[in-house]
Design a protein. Structure first.
Length: 399
C-alpha cells in the first residue's frame, strides 16, 4: 500500500512539474498574442457591423463572422511557426483550440461549425496518413476518429446552446473540457504525447480560457450597463428613443408575420413649450416626470405594453396582442390621469393636458414608417381639434 502511495505522489509531483513548466515566458507571450487577436477581430467585426447595418449585407456579415476563427488561427500560426522548438510549438497549439472555443461561444455562427469540422477532418487526415511519424495502429486510428466525431458534435452543441453555456459556469467548464479533450484525442495518437503532458495541456487551456472568460464577463457587465444607460431616458427613467426604435422594429415585423396583434399609442403633452417659457425648464422637467409616472401607472396591468419617451414631450406605447378596444380604454384612462395632475409653482398652480393618437396595425401599413406616421397623424388630428383628446383611427373618442 505504501508503495502505491509513493507511486501516486510521484505521478502527482511529475504532473505539477509538467503543468507549471508549461507557463514559461513564451507561453505567456503567446497568450497575450491570442488576447490581442481576439480584440482585433472583435474591433473589425464591430466596425463592419456598423458599416453594413442594412438587411442587404446580412448574409455577407454572417459569412465573415463564420470565417473569423480561421482568420485568427492563421494569424496565430504565423507566430507559432516561428518557434524553433517542436515541443514548444506543440504545447502552444492548444491556443488555437482556445480561439475556436471562444468564437463558437461569442459569435454563435452555424457556419463556424461546418468550417471547424472541415478543418478537424483535414487535421485527422494529415496527422494519421500524411505525417508518417509512426505506423498507424487500429487503436490510434479509433481514438482519432472518436476525437473527430466529438469535435463535430461538441462544436454543434456549443454553438446552439452558447447563451446557456456563457451564463452557467458549470456548463462552461464542461463544454471547455469536452472540446479541448476531443482535439487532444484527435492529435494524441499521432504525436506520441505523454499522457501527463496531454492532461497538463488541457488544464493549461482551462486556465487561459477561464482568464479570458473572466475578462469577457467584466467587459460584458460594463457593456450591458452602457446599453442600459443608452436605452434609458435619464430624466423620466423610461426607455429611450434608441430602445423604442429596436422594439418598434421587432414588433412591426412580428405583426407583419401574423404572430402578434399590434397597436401603437403616441402621446404628446399639450402646450409644453408654453410651460417652459412661462415657468422655466425645471418646472418643465417636473411636468415630464409627473406625466410619465401617470402614464406608467395606467399601463402596469397590460402585459404586452412598453412605454418609451420618444421625443421632448412625446411618449410612445407599443401594445402587443392588444386590439383597438383595449388600446382606446388605456388611452382614456391615461388622459383622465393626466387631467387630474396639478403642478404647483411660485407663479401659481396649473393643470396638464395631453393629446393621444391610437393606431392598430393593418395590412396597408407596408412599412414601420407608414404605421408610425398613421398613428402620428391621429395625434395631430387631436392637436388640431382642441387638444386634450384621444383619436382612434381618425375619430376623437372622448367627446
Amino acid at each position: 500500500m505504501r508503495g502505491i502511495s509513493v507511486i501516486k505522489m510521484t505521478i502527482i509531483s511529475e504532473f505539477f512539474s509538467i503543468f507549471f513548466g508549461l507557463f514559461n515566458l513564451t507561453s505567456v507571450f503567446s497568450f497575450f498574442i491570442v488576447v490581442g487577436i481576439i480584440s482585433l477581430c472583435c474591433m473589425i467585426l464591430n466596425a463592419m457591423a456598423s458599416a453594413f447595418q442594412t438587411k442587404k449585407y446580412e448574409n455577407f456579415l454572417h459569412f465573415i463572422r463564420s470565417f473569423v476563427p480561421l482568420f485568427s488561427i492563421f494569424m496565430l500560426q504565423s507566430y507559432l511557426l516561428s518557434i524553433d522548438s517542436y515541443t514548444q510549438w506543440l504545447t502552444e497549439c492548444n491556443l488555437q483550440v482556445l480561439l475556436w472555443f471562444y468564437f463558437l461561444l461569442m459569435l454563435n455562427e452555424r457556419g463556424q461549425v461546418y468550417i471547424l469540422t472541415l478543418v478537424a477532418t483535414i487535421f485527422f487526415i494529415n496527422f494519421n496518413f500524411n505525417r508518417g511519424i509512426h505506423d498507424i495502429t487500429p487503436l490510434s486510428l479509433a481514438i482519432a476518429v472518436i476525437g473527430l466525431l466529438v469535435i463535430a458534435v461538441s462544436a454543434f452543441v456549443i454553438q446552439k446552446y452558447s447563451v446557456a453555456i456563457i451564463e452557467n459556469k458549470l456548463l462552461f467548464v464542461i463544454a471547455m473540457i469536452v472540446f479541448a479533450t476531443s482535439w487532444g484525442l484527435l492529435i494524441l495518437p499521432s504525436q506520441e504525447l505523454d499522457v501527463l503532458l496531454f492532461i497538463a495541456l488541457i488544464c493549461k487551456l482551462i486556465v487561459y480560457m477561464t482568464c479570458i472568460h473572466l475578462v469577457n464577463s467584466v467587459g460584458r457587465i460594463q457593456y450591458e450597463a452602457l446599453i442600459e444607460r443608452i436605452n434609458t431616458d435619464f430624466l423620466t427613467q423610461l426607455s429611450s428613443r434608441t430602445a423604442f426604435e429596436k422594439s418598434f422594429d421587432q414588433s412591426f415585423k412580428a405583426a407583419k408575420n401574423k404572430t402578434i396583434q399590434l397597436a401603437f399609442i403616441i402621446l404628446d403633452i399639450d402646450n409644453f413649450k408654453l410651460v417652459n417659457d412661462t415657468y422655466g425648464h425645471l418646472i418643465g422637467d417636473a411636468v415630464l416626470k409627473e406625466v410619465s409616472h401617470a402614464i406608467r401607472e395606467n399601463i402596469v396591468n397590460y402585459k404586452g405594453a412598453e412605454l418609451f419617451r420618444i421625443g421632448g414631450e412625446e411618449f410612445g406605447i407599443i401594445l402587443e396582442n392588444t386590439d383597438y378596444a383595449e388600446a382606446q380604454k388605456m388611452s382614456l384612462n391615461i388622459l383622465k390621469a393626466v387631467n387630474e395632475l396639478s403642478v404647483n409653482t411660485d407663479k401659481g398652480t396649473f393643470g396638464v393636458t395631453i393629446s393621444i393618437g391610437v393606431a392598430e396595425w393593418h395590412e396597408k401599413d407596408k412599412t414601420k414608417e407608414m404605421f408610425y406616421n398613421r398613428a402620428e397623424s391621429y395625434l395631430y388630428f387631436a392637436k388640431n381639434n382642441g387638444k386634450n383628446a384621444v383619436t382612434v383611427d381618425g375619430v376623437i373618442v372622448n367627446r
